[in-house]
Design a protein. Structure first.
Length: 338
């Protein structure tokens, strides 16, 4: 390709060749007419399965423009995403997970929206959950664990976006500082600790750029049976709680001591709710399961709080408030950024 396409789809993968095959098949079936406007990059994050063979097969078939694969030896989704960004020159970068199947018009709709909203910081579409089997009721009660996203059928500005199918403006990604210094680790090996996509969305929004929900960019997130067990949901929620604590720190507006005071008060409020929740849960078996899952989210918040406390003072200062919006005041009829 003689020049950078408008959109680069970046798929970071770790030992998930079978699902990656399905994701690439959906890309190969895209109905985008102008193949010069998009391409695809797969980041191999130390795969030991047949990931390379799967990608090579699609390269030979030639149905996915600019398809190539690059290695990232540092384990984790954050360094893999960073490798993808640094290996691409496209002005728009779409993070598509290896278990996300794009609707046939996803690329065409994404390229069209990017062209019509050049100043947007990021956008994302409708994320539909495709369950391998009918899930238990407690799994449906926590669909946020699987990045479900549905803000209706109209384009709109939103305060936050899920990581699945997140499309980023390279200029905004650079301006917010993420490209030079990500602060939150994400999915290292089999660990379920996440939050990297949360950091990206918050930091872009904090820099003053708009986030958009674009429903016509619809994808289907594949949810295998093993991800709906109680054990998995408990672990997932505990790690999401850790991510929530880190996200709260990223947008906190105040000093370290003020953050400590507020986090302590919030923790006390959460603990005070436990007795009432326990009484409710004791009445119904189903509620007991849901409460146990929810309790682990709260536990994760405590663990995240403790993780921040254990950081070096310099690291903590770097994290706190990094994604908050710049202070803006009115002066002589002009807006000044402090």
């Amino acid at each position: 390709m003689s020049e950078a396409p408008t959109l680069e789809v970046v798929i970071c993968t770790y030992n998930n060749a079978a699902m990656l095959d399905g994701a690439l098949a959906r890309l190969a079936a895209q109905n985008a007419m102008d193949r010069a406007r998009w391409s695809c990059l797969v980041v191999d994050n130390n795969c030991t399965d047949n990931t390379a063979e799967v990608v090579h097969r699609y390269c030979v078939e030639g149905e996915i423009p600019g398809l190539r694969i690059v290695p990232e030896p540092e384990q984790g989704l954050t360094p893999a995403r960073l490798r993808g960004v640094r290996s691409s020159a496209a002005p728009w970068i779409a993070f598509v997970d290896d278990d996300c199947f794009l609707r046939p018009d996803w690329i065409a709709n994404a390229v069209t929206f990017a062209a019509s909203h050049p100043a947007a910081g990021a956008f994302g579409g409708k994320v539909v959950l495709d369950w391998a089997v009918e899930p238990p009721s407690y799994a449906r009660a926590f669909t946020y664990c699987f990045a479900e996203q549905n803000h209706g059928d109209m384009e709109r500005k939103v305060p936050f976006l899920a990581g699945a199918g997140l499309v980023l403006n390279r200029t905004a990604l650079t301006a917010c500082g993420w490209s030079e210094g990500p602060l939150v680790a994400d999915r290292v090996g089999k660990s379920l600790v996440s939050g990297g996509d949360v950091e990206i969305a918050l930091r872009i929004a904090g820099s003053g750029r708009e986030l958009w929900y674009v429903p016509q960019c619809e994808l289907h997130h594949q949810i295998p049976t093993q991800r709906t067990t109680v054990a998995y949901m408990v672990s997932m929620n505990r790690n999401l709680g850790i991510s929530q604590a880190l996200a709260d720190a990223l947008v906190f507006e105040g000093s370290v001591s003020e953050w400590f005071s507020q986090a302590t008060v919030n923790a006390a409020k959460q603990i005070a709710l436990f007795p009432r929740q326990a009484v409710r849960a004791a009445r119904r078996r189903q509620l007991r399961t849901e409460m146990w899952i929810q309790t682990n989210f709260t536990l994760g918040q405590f663990l995240g709080f403790w993780r921040i406390l254990r950081m070096s003072s310099s690291r903590r200062r770097e994290l706190l408030g990094r994604a908050r919006r710049p202070f803006v005041r009115e002066a002589s009829g002009q807006r000044e950024v402090a």
